[in-house]
Design a protein around this ligand. Structure first.
Ligand code: PLP
Length: 460
């Protein structure tokens, strides 16, 4: 609610173009307990840079393994690209506050203002840039819901790189428009599992008729990259380098809040692989780690895929085909296949190693929410704030509303900041199910989780 005190705070806080960050912030530099290293799945020894060079671009491997450098320069060409759609607005949700009749002040950082419709472009452009700089021909990747594949195809077309996307077969068939956006930007899109790779053929022979999974598409994309001359693999979430690139979200948010002397009490984000949340909280977490400030930080995940709240902190494979290195993370087990939840971007079995360590060290909290409660929040938000939110982002909306309603009970004027990661134009089938009352709230049983957790690799 806009009060006398708020008269100087606009609905949208825009930074100026020259206020776009020129350095990314690497939160690992301020962590006492560093995230656990990636392990070679054969030897169980920490992966060395040279072992990763066949899979990832060299500069990105350096960023992946760098636990010490706090600030890393953003190359000028990436900053120029950022200028096409950044800085993104930090919006004060005055209308939502009014509707909820809460004394809380709600802010959201909106990352949906680009054609890919999500924050994923922030890292896609960086990864494409380093691939180009290394003189590569192209990159391979996987996509589930399609946001990452779209962002990457935009980034690759900008730098004239070939882009090969393995799209989970069920999404390929159900989301033809996403597929066509990628092809418009010049990407080739293959439904996964496919017969183009050995791992794809193996999965198809073992599970004929399967509609695929993210873990299986990752295995295919990695195999394609390591067996094709001049290609490397890129990933849109989970990895340390991705959280680094996404720190632009948090750096801009902090700069905008600082301008108006606003200190957040609660920072909320949805968590799939952890990249938007990690990016949003990084500079705030840095202050917390250095003992300069305190914030409540909340990760929100779907009850159908609850890595933080019901998973185990352990080494696990990142993919179903078990070709990738092992990562220590909160995981449900790489064989866990979540129920067909409508927030496709939150269906990954694991979680960023950085966030996993921070959560284990109790620097942040996590909650899980049911699917229909998320869509109720999405609709309430859309009707009053105008933006049609992505189902993933709506997990954060749900908990921001819950926290604002708690403030109503207690009369506290807390500052709540949440990440609105994207728009939901390609998710209308999910909205349709919700409106028709056909949406289910699937929650895995303990038995189901124990079954996949029992298969975790043994690492001491
Ligand atoms: C991919 C995606 C997410 C989840 O991924 P994170 O890496 O956890 O950020 C959230 N929101 C949107 C809109 C996405 O596309």
């Amino acid at each position: 609610m806009k009060t006398e005190k708020d008269k100087n705070i606009p609905y949208k806080i825009y930074l100026k173009e020259d206020e776009i960050p020129t350095q990314w912030y690497n939160v690992r530099a301020d962590m006492k307990n560093k995230p656990a290293p990636l392990l070679n799945p054969g030897t169980l020894e920490p992966m060395k840079a040279e072992e990763l060079y066949g899979v990832f671009c060299e500069e990105l491997v350096k960023q992946e393994l760098d636990n010490e450098t706090p600030y890393i320069d953003i190359p000028g060409e990436i900053v120029s690209f950022y200028k096409m759609y950044r800085p993104s607005p930090l919006v004060r949700a005055y209308c939502l506050e009014e509707k909820l009749q809460t004394p809380a002040k709600i802010y959201y950082k909106f990352e949906g203002n680009n054609t890919s419709g999500s924050h994923k472009l922030n890292s896609a452009i960086a990864q494409a840039y380093y691939a180009k700089k290394q003189g590569l021909k192209g990159v391979t990747t996987e996509t589930g819901a399609g946001q990452w594949g779209t962002a990457l195809s935009m980034a690759c077309s900008y730098f004239g790189l070939d882009c090969k996307v393995y799209m989970v077969k069920v999404s390929y068939e159900q989301k033809p428009f996403r597929r066509e956006v990628m092809r418009t930007y010049g990407a080739s899109v293959t439904p996964s599992p496919s017969t183009e790779t050995e791992v794809g053929k193996k999965i198809l022979s073992e599970h004929p008729g399967t509609t695929g999974s993210l873990g299986c598409a990752i295995s295919e994309a990695v195999e394609k990259a390591v067996t094709s001359e001049g290609y490397r693999y890129v990933l849109g979430s989970v990895l340390n380098q991705v959280l680094l690139h996404q720190s632009v979200i948090g750096l801009e948010t902090k700069k905008a809040l600082d301008k108006y002397g606003i200190k957040p009490d609660i920072i909320i984000g949805c968590a799939g692989g952890g990249s938007n949340l990690g990016g949003l909280i990084s500079p705030f977490m840095g202050e917390k780690l250095r003992g300069e400030a305190d914030y409540r930080i909340i990760a929100v995940e779907p009850a159908s895929c609850p890595s933080f709240t019901r998973g185990r902190y352990a080494y696990d494979f990142c993919d179903t085909g078990k070709v990738c290195p092992l990562a220590k993370m909160y995981t449900l087990g790489c064989d866990f296949i979540p129920a067909p939840n409508h927030a496709g971007g939150l269906r990954y079995h694991g979680m960023s190693s950085i966030l996993s360590q921070l959560y284990d060290d109790k620097y942040m909290e996590a909650v899980s929410v049911s699917q229909t409660s998320v869509f109720e929040a999405a609709e309430e938000f859309a009707r009053i704030e105008g933006i049609l939110p992505a189902p993933e982002s709506s997990h954060a909306i749900k908990v921001a509303i819950d926290e604002a309603l708690k403030c109503k009970e207690t009369g506290e004027e807390k500052n709540i900041v949440f990440g609105l990661t994207g728009t939901g134009y390609f998710d209308m089938v999910a909205y349709e199910k919700f409106h028709d009352g056909l949406m289910e709230n699937y929650v895995p049983t303990d038995e189901e989780l124990n079954e996949s957790l029992a298969k975790l690799p043994e690492v001491k």
